[in-house]
Design a protein around this ligand. Structure first.
Ligand code: WTA
Length: 652
């Protein structure tokens, strides 16, 4: 693990630490004894957290655990949407703003909890009328507009499962996800704003639904562009939902009733449909949103900049914050449309107090320059958070100084689509913070760093990150594939019964946890998980490509960048010029989505393979990062690396 070693030595020199500010600590939701309290009786602790929610029927048992299958709050019943919407209205907070929505072109909407209740009820009635019921799957591909959250909550309200697909994914990627989950309905928009201009949406989603189980397409009008229309199948949201009744009585579902599927990349080409259920998921998202962000209902103005197409958007735009009655900002567009101060302008406009974003964006802000945030009043900010990838100490310090005015605690939160909610993060007001460390498992959560054999390592040592006890928001499986679930997460440390996260980590001398990135073939580009095999399959599906190998190489802004090595076929091989490479990059964007476009494609004559034919990506990573190539003794033909390295240096 040459890469991890390099990171380890860089981190070893990081000694800065910041104690929690006293004033903050005095008013914080979480107190220092929370860790001890949780350790004393984990199940009792989680039962207390579940009491944050409103249950129609109380559970009989907190946890049923038969490795690796968990059931939380067994026998309990609740309605997730009721918890996120109605109960706030019933508690007299109907006038509280749930969403300050900011459109990319500058339009905005304010949606209160009472408005949300009406909209979600109408959508729930409309979905029921379209034949969607308990357990059915609904695909959603939409930009960041209120109807996206409303659609998700409407599904939850009637016990249907949503499968939200990121708006930047190609028709092929959407189709594969629709087919895997056999969705009956797709909710989408006519178009979407991208960098100030309307871009197509429905044209793409139309391509995806052909020949699938989709019976209806519900279309929200966003850009008011002309779209192709299939009578009988396609319905406008404003007609269908618009005329539906505002009265809807939520039904209570079992605590383990499925809530959603969210696809994420694994080490093979086929995305995994991660399955989450209701009671445990909502408990942990609500608890973590409250303690990690020090959220104060009715006071805090909370902004998570993620897209709802990713798990961060599910757990920390929709479910966690709304379960807590939060007032949130939702922003539709890119951070530099129409100017590079857009985020800070929004923070100033709404008086944002909690700002949760990704390290890649912080590095982009750093590139744009500190003079940009300096033009805005950011004094409302109280807590800053990051997620998605390891944050480098320089970015952390910049965030602290230029955005947080050295006043706001920074919470670096480690978790995954699979974990459903935050797992490792400091508690502001309680935990000391260090630039680049996620610090410690949250109260109620157990994590450790182990060696290849599964034995815990000591302070100052590194290894694999594992989760050694079940947690309420854990995935309940991979849709339709229990074997893959067991194999992917539970086979590496089967003897110990640990969940293998796929990340490397280390304890520092004080026992704080530092995340070191993935140890498998999953890349992390701007906080998005993309598998090397997924990009390789996209490349070899192009007629000019004979073979491809893809690696994630360190990138200053995006964390990792995708670097592809390709062998071209016969006649194409002679013309490995810029046009051929551009065609390949475009092809990957078309197959998967623009986020998967390789940063660099190198045409090579051979790939480094072991005698058994396995591509040695480690060596390609060395080349892509301009490092000396490591041990080549296991290669079938060691001269291959000389050829590739010299090609790289010549900039081919
Ligand atoms: C990485 C995103 C370091 C990690 C919520 C994990 C992080 C993968 C952090 C999950 C962090 C996420 N520090 N690495 N604070 N947060 N990761 O499923 O490699 O999109 O396995 O979930 O992102 O990505 P996912």
């Amino acid at each position: 693990m040459a890469e991890s070693e390099a990171k380890l030595s860089a981190l070893a020199t990081e000694t800065r630490a910041f104690p929690p500010p006293e004033e903050f600590a005095a008013q914080a939701n979480a107190k220092a004894d929370l860790y001890e309290h949780a350790d004393a009786d984990r199940e009792a602790f989680w039962a207390e957290q579940a009491d944050r929610l409103s249950w129609s029927k109380k559970w009989d048992k907190v946890l049923e655990w038969e490795t690796p299958f968990a059931k939380w709050f067994v026998g309990g019943q609740l309605n997730v949407a009721y918890n996120c919407v109605d109960r706030h209205v019933e508690e007299g907070n109907g006038d509280r703003v749930a969403l300050y929505w900011e459109g990319e072109p500058g339009d905005s909407r304010e949606i209160t909890y009472a408005d949300l209740k009406r909209e979600v009820s109408k959508a729930a009635n409309a979905l029921t009328e379209l034949g969607i019921g308990k357990g059915d799957r609904v695909a959603i591909q939409m930009p960041m507009i209120p109807e996206t959250a409303i659609s998700m909550l409407a599904c939850a309200r009637i016990g249907a499962m949503h499968s939200v697909v990121f708006g930047g994914f190609s028709p092929g990627a959407l189709k594969a996800r629709i087919e895997d989950a056999e969705c009956k309905l797709l909710i989408t928009t006519d178009g979407q704003y991208r960098r100030g201009k309307p871009a197509p949406m429905k044209e793409n989603t139309d391509e995806a639904v052909v020949g699938t189980t989709i019976e209806h397409v519900l279309v929200v009008k966003r850009t008011d562009t002309d779209v192709p229309w299939t009578d009988g199948r396609d319905l406008w949201w404003h007609d269908t939902v618009g005329k539906a009744s505002e009265e809807h009585t939520p039904e209570a579902f079992d605590s383990e009733h499925p809530l959603f599927i969210l696809y994420t990349s694994g080490t093979t080409g086929k995305p995994k449909g991660i399955l989450h259920t209701s009671g445990g998921y909502l408990t942990q998202t609500a608890y973590t949103h409250n303690v990690v962000f020090d959220h104060k209902p009715g006071e805090s103005v909370y902004w998570c900049t993620a897209d709802v197409g990713w798990v961060t958007g599910h757990s920390y735009i929709v479910y966690g914050p709304m379960a807590n009655g939060a007032t949130s900002v939702m922003y539709e567009g890119t951070p530099n449309t129409p100017h590079e101060g857009r985020h800070w302008e929004i923070v100033q406009k709404y008086g944002v107090t909690i700002y949760y974003t990704a390290p890649t964006l912080i590095r982009t802000f750093m590139k744009w320059g500190e003079q940009i945030p300096a033009e805005y009043d950011l004094s409302s900010l109280k807590v800053l958070g990051t997620v998605g990838e390891p944050i480098n100490p320089e970015a952390w310090m910049w965030f602290r100084e230029k955005i947080g005015a050295e006043r706001c605690p920074i919470v670096d939160t480690w978790w995954q689509t699979e974990t459903g909610a935050m797992m490792i993060a400091p508690l502001p007001g309680v935990t000391e913070t260090k630039p680049g460390s996620a610090m410690a498992a949250l109260p109620g959560i157990a994590a450790s760093v182990v060696d290849e054999q599964g034995n815990g390592v000591g302070n100052g040592e590194g290894g694999y990150l594992v989760l050694d006890k079940p947690w309420p928001s854990m995935l309940r499986g991979i849709w339709g594939d229990n074997e893959r679930y067991k194999d992917t997460y539970w086979s590496k440390f089967a003897e110990q019964g640990y969940y293998f996260a796929g990340d490397g980590a280390k304890y520092d001398d004080d026992g704080a946890i530092w995340l070191l990135g993935r140890v498998d073939d999953v890349m992390n580009v701007s906080g998005h998980r993309i598998s090397t095999t997924e990009v390789e399959s996209a490349l070899v599906s192009h007629p000019t490509v004979a073979e491809a190998a893809v690696v994630g190489a360190s990138d200053e802004t995006t964390g990792q960048g995708i670097v592809a090595f390709v062998i071209l076929r016969g006649s194409a091989a002679k013309d490995g010029g810029d046009d051929a490479i551009k065609a390949l990059r475009d092809h990957v964007a078309k197959e998967i989505g623009p986020i998967a476009k390789p940063r660099q494609i190198l045409v090579v004559e051979e790939l480094p393979k072991t005698r058994s034919g396995k591509i040695m990506r480690r060596l390609l990573r060395d080349v892509a990062e301009n490092r000396d190539v490591g041990d080549v003794s296991t290669l079938a033909d060691s001269s291959v690396m000389d050829l590739i390295s010299s090609g790289m240096k010549e900039g081919k």
